[in-house]
Design a protein around this ligand. Structure first.
Ligand code: AMP
Length: 410
């Protein structure tokens, strides 16, 4: 569908064509008309589908006619990186319309605080914020959301995973009850359904089927014990076809693994850098700039960081650990082979991750080829996916209920 069919403001259509977008993506086609009609939305869509523009464009269309500077739209996101990226898209798309925006996230200094306070107190059309920092401002009493009309939650599932549920509920209390709510989430976990049930009014549901990795991505997996992983990657990266790779991104599950892996690769002579919430905001931006420009060819990132990094043209994605679910897998693998180019995705699977990987394969409908380990590394673990036995609980024995710990940082 052409954007012109969506009846958007002329200035926005000009910006869209400057951004190089030709046709609306499926999520844009579905969401834009509904948002223009002021209906609540619950949308299941991953990053990479164009969902940012799907909510930013109709909001900008409505704001183009607005005259005062009060805060009209609040966009809440899980990470600083995502806040910065969304604000950049707002700036790009609003180039020919007069709309102000401000990103508010943790990690800045006193000057940032003052500027954020100014925007929250006196108003700016669109605020993009992470929950923790926004709440710190709200608690000081000067934030004016009295004229707010739109609340957008992006990557809502990730925010709940990061333990932000209480912060979100407190923030919602500071907003006018009458508003349009637009919630986007990569998965429809039960927590998201509950949040939607509590806050959305007869929402329009958008459910984009889980996309499959692009055709051009060569997917490979290696069965390996943890202690074999670093050496295996070193050998793989030295193979001829990978020697000229300009951008390789490696995802792992914890911050401590990021440092260990970076240390290993540096010792082997690679230009590697890590990115996790351990770094200050300006340090993270510096690392991302280096990676984008090709100065840092190997980036090691935590899972939580993974969704906030919008960098295309990655030659190789390495899943050092098996991703938590199929959406994460598709999302990460989708960073390579953009726009019909070729890319590679390698997943390392230890015995503990085999069942999880088998589930991912079922969901993507593709059995990822398992390559043998180079002989010098010794024997690989055997592929085996034990069938989980169903437990039966008698009345006498209470079903054990284990609460998932909330993790705020990763
Ligand atoms: P998102 O899913 O919002 O993270 O968007 C992923 C990427 O797609 C971003 O780099 C956008 O600039 C780009 N994009 C968004 N909409 C379109 C479109 N209609 N055509 C081409 N690229 C787009």
């Amino acid at each position: 569908m052409k954007f012109s069919e969506l009846k958007l403001n002329e200035g926005l259509l000009d910006a869209i064509s400057y951004m190089g977008y030709e046709n609306a993506t499926p999520i844009q086609e579905a969401a834009i008309p509904v948002i223009l009609k002021n209906r609540d939305i619950i949308g299941c869509a991953q990053t990479g589908t164009g969902k940012t523009a799907a909510f930013v464009l109709p909001i900008l269309h409505k704001l183009a006619a607005k005259e005062d500077t009060s805060t009209n739209t609040l966009i809440i996101v899980p990470t600083r990186e995502l806040a910065v990226q969304i604000e950049q898209q707002i700036q790009g798309l609003s180039y020919f319309v007069s709309v102000g925006s401000k990103a508010i996230y943790g990690g800045g200094g006193g000057k940032d605080w003052q500027e954020e306070k100014e925007a929250l107190q006196h108003g700016t059309d669109i605020i993009v914020a992470t929950p923790g920092k926004l709440l710190s401002h709200i608690k000081l009493g000067y934030v004016d959301f009295s004229k707010l009309e739109h609340l957008i939650l992006d990557e809502a599932d990730r925010m709940l995973d990061m333990g932000f549920a209480d912060d979100l509920n407190t923030i919602f209390k500071a907003l006018p009850a009458k508003r349009q709510n637009i919630f986007f989430s990569a998965t429809m976990a039960s927590g998201i359904r509950k949040l939607a049930h509590n806050y959305l009014h007869q929402p329009f549901e958008i459910n984009l089927a889980l996309s499959k990795p692009a055709e051009g991505v060569k997917q490979l997996a290696y069965l390996a014990f943890d202690e074999q992983k670093n050496k295996l990657l070193d050998l793989l990266l030295q193979e001829d076809q990978r020697k000229n790779y300009e951008r390789i991104i490696l995802f792992t599950s914890t911050k401590s693994k990021v440092s260990d892996i970076v240390r290993f690769f540096k010792r082997q002579g690679y230009k590697a850098k890590g990115i996790s919430s351990n770094l200050e905001q300006d340090e993270r931006e510096e690392v991302l700039r280096g990676f984008r420009s090709g100065r840092i060819p190997l980036l090691v990132a935590t899972d939580v960081m993974s969704r906030g990094i919008d960098i295309k043209e990655i030659n190789l994605v390495i899943n050092y650990d098996c991703p938590g679910d199929a959406e994460d897998y598709v999302h990460r693998v989708g960073r390579t082979a953009r726009a019909n180019t070729e890319g590679e995705a390698i997943t390392l699977i230890n015995p503990k991750d085999m069942r999880r990987f088998a589930k991912i394969e079922t969901l993507i409908g593709y059995e990822v080829p398992k390559s043998p380990l180079p002989e010098s590394l010794g024997a690989a673990p055997e592929w085996s996916v034990p069938v989980k036995k169903k437990k039966s609980y008698s009345n006498k024995k209470k079903r054990p209920f284990k609460k998932k710990p909330n993790q705020k940082n990763s």
